[in-house]
Design a binder for this molecule. Sequence first.
Ligand code: FES
Length: 166
Amino acid sequence: METSQLSRGQFLKQLGLSSAALMSFYCLGTGLTSCSSSSEDPAPTTTTGGGTNTNSGVTGAITGAIDFTLDLTNANFSKLKTVGEFTYVGDIIIANAKGTFVALSKACTHQGTAVNYRSGTNDFFCPNHGSIFRTDGTVQKDPATRALTVYKTELLNSNNSLRVKA
Ligand code: FES
């Protein structure tokens, strides 16, 4: 295999083609995936339903029909066990709001900026123009006028897993 590719390359070089052109020939011959770099092509850890994610500690669909589970023992999500912490998974913000897990669409309904969870006031704040959303997703302060989408949350596996579902 290696020998035949070298021979092919040497043959094409003799035709006066550049290395870029040679690469194109190889890509056509071997399929595009074998020619893309690893940095452009991270391997997904999980593919289920309509969503694909590359986050360790997440299983399930993070797009489409949302239904995924976070491993709260995984370093990426273990902080969620602490009251007041929050994280983003796909287009969703998940917060430990006074011991209750709240999952909302993260994009502010005004102009789409990602909201933050504020433990002091137990609300979701948009840093762009100052909209505030309650933990049930409804608007507390404009300029946003529409509520954030609420997702169901359920603790599983002796509170070591958190399921988030549409
Ligand atoms: S984008 Fe959130 S308040 Fe404007």
